[in-house]
Each structure stands twice: as structure tokens, then as C-alpha cells.
Design a binder for this molecule. Structure first.
Ligand SMILES: [Zn+2]
Length: 66
């Protein structure tokens, strides 16, 4: 399954999210709202796509850091 499906990180509010890259399982933290693309620190895969509001991500959201 190589399909990269970006979904909105719904219900996360204004918080930091712990996300896991689906390609290499690297875990990193990103903000739930943002206007820039976030790439995996390890493999360079695009993890977060900016929407101007709540981010869209194709990574697995492990935790919302409140
Ligand atoms: Zn990665």
C-alpha cells in the first residue's frame, strides 16, 4: 500500500501532536495547525500538508500533547 492519503487531524485543537512516519516509523512532534509542509527527519517523506488551518497528515497520530 503505497498510497499517501492525507487526512485532516480533526479534534486536535491547538496542540502539539506526536506523529509516526508510516515509511520509517520515526516519531516526531508537530503542531496541529500550521502553514508549512513538515517532512520526516529521517527519510524525508512528507508527513504534513498545510491547509491554512488544521493540518492534514498521512502519518499516524500517536498522541495529542496537551
Ligand atoms: Zn520517515
Amino acid at each position: 500500500m503505497a498510497e499517501n492519503k492525507f487526512v485532516k487531524a480533526k479534534g486536535t485543537g491547538n496542540n502539539f501532536l506526536k506523529i509516526k512516519c508510516r515509511d520509517c516509523e520515526n516519531v516526531q512532534v508537530t503542531y496541529s495547525k500550521g502553514s508549512s509542509t513538515v517532512v520526516c527527519n529521517i527519510c524525508g517523506a512528507t508527513l504534513v500538508s498545510p491547509t491554512g488551518g488544521t493540518i492534514s497528515t498521512n502519518a499516524e497520530v500517536l498522541e495529542v500533547l496537551k
